[in-house]
Design a protein. Structure first.
Length: 444
């Protein structure tokens, strides 16, 4: 079984080949692995290649933007057609009524992150959700005023926490504590994070999987330690949702937010998700920004002047949901429900380990360094390479246009490869290793 047009012809050429440009593993081996562990590539649109010897790209940028499920177009057009046929009556009469459309996503989203339906909501964009949640959960008082983040946090998170600190009239250079790895190391150690949980920390806000290095943080251990230190603990799960199994409710996480356009394949700039632990849901002391969709659905159309928020995560909604943005999220979440995160995680571990093995064959003789943890339980579907030349963007350009391999560059010197278990293949991994071997000269 193969998963790429023209694969049979290419496999025939490869059977006798054992090495290619320093890659010791054969193309035939990759094809054999795909036959026994194929994933669900047939459910996705794979872009055509504009370089290299293959008709489709080897796509490793799913940690930046996931590929489009084939079901997305028809499902979205069905919702658009309801508008054409029904006009305003689509709020109640569409096959998927718009008034309650967001509820179609809640159960699947909750299962994805290990939350209760009452704790989970799909709404807004990631950074908007972080701001709405920090309004409730970052309440500096006295000595306890600081926010703990990783120094390599995605810039949006850094901007968000600094602006929240300023909102409270404080100096972000004093009130934002940035965690750095030990000298000579690339990733954070859990014990070093815990050591920074001093009495002045009001909020811990870390990435569940670091966007740059691909490190999977020990979410339950850090959450427990943060609570023991008296802090609120929230998580940015942009690179974790749909990538690694999560159990936010059982881990006692206070709040979390995630986007859906990376591993969740819901389209560029698509809607995000939010989680609030049930112990906070009926807390009358929590401050919260509110709007029409923050009030209980049963009395929403009474047009009352005062909100009556439900004791669920829906209380953090502000505006009515954009139906045409929710449609691709619903389609994607249904796919995750069908395949299941445990199954995806198992294939992810195998696929990432195979890519790591291939990189191990070429990295030692080239100015390349894998900066992602080697332990499977400390990473998701991503391996990050530090480029000795410091020209990550230039290398990504060459990989795409000369080899048909789409990777993701983070300037100045990090190239990210994400073998996504839903649609990436072992043959993709082999192509990426061969392309890197050809594009990066060996050390003199």
């Amino acid at each position: 079984m193969t998963d790429e047009p023209g694969a049979a012809k290419d496999a025939g050429k490869a059977e006798g080949a054992s090495t290619t440009e320093g890659v010791g593993s054969s193309e035939a081996e990759a094809r054999k692995l795909d036959a026994g562990d194929p994933g669900h590539r047939e459910l996705f649109h794979i872009p055509a290649a504009d370089g290299g010897d293959h008709p489709e790209v080897a796509y490793f940028a799913g940690n930046s933007l996931g590929l489009q499920p084939k079901a997305t177009r028809d499902e979205l057009l069905a919702d658009v057609d309801a508008w054409a046929r029904l006009g305003v009556e689509g709020h109640l009469e569409a096959a998927r009524p718009w008034l309650s459309y967001h509820e179609l996503l809640t159960g699947s989203a909750a299962r994805l992150v290990g939350g209760l339906p009452s704790e989970t909501i799909v709404m807004n964009s990631l950074t908007v959700n972080l701001h709405l949640l920090m309004v409730s959960f970052y309440r500096p008082s006295g000595l306890r005023r600081r926010i703990l983040i990783e120094d390599s946090a995605f810039p949006s998170d850094s901007y968000a926490v600094r602006s929240q600190v300023r909102l409270h009239g404080r100096d972000p250079d004093d009130s934002v504590v940035r965690l750095r790895p030990r000298e000579g190391e690339n990733t954070l150690r859990t014990e070093d994070v815990i050591d920074q949980l001093t009495p002045d920390i009001a909020l811990v806000l870390l990435g569940g999987v670091n966007y740059l290095t691909g490190e999977l943080m020990d979410i339950p251990a850090i959450t427990a330690a943060g609570h023991a230190a008296g802090a609120i603990v929230g998580w940015d799960l942009a690179h974790a949702a749909g990538n690694v199994p999560l159990s936010l409710h059982d881990w006692n996480v206070d709040f979390a937010a995630w986007c859906s356009y990376k591993y969740l394949n819901s389209g560029p700039g698509s809607l995000a998700g939010a989680f609030v632990h049930e112990r906070h849901l009926a807390d009358p002391t929590l401050q919260r920004f509110e709007g029409w969709w923050s009030t209980e659905a049963a009395t929403r159309f009474e047009m009352a002047a005062v909100s009556r928020p439900p004791a669920t995560a829906e209380a953090w909604q502000v505006s009515n949901p954009p139906i045409f943005s929710m449609s691709p999220v619903r389609t994607s979440l249904e796919l995750f429900d069908k395949v299941g995160m445990p199954t995806l995680r198992e294939r992810s571990v195998r696929l990432t380990a195979y890519l790591e093995k291939l990189l191990d064959e070429i990295v030692p003789t080239r100015p390349l360094e894998v900066i992602t943890p080697r332990a499977a339980d400390q990473r998701g579907a991503q391996l990050s390479l530090r480029i000795g030349s410091g020209k990550a963007g230039e290398l990504a350009h060459r990989l795409r246009h000369e080899h048909g391999v789409i990777a993701d560059a983070r300037e100045p010197d990090v190239l990210r490869l994400a073998p996504v278990p839903l649609y990436s293949s072992y043959h993709d991994c082999w192509r990426a290793a061969v392309a890197l071997a050809q594009a990066v000269p060996e050390d003199a």
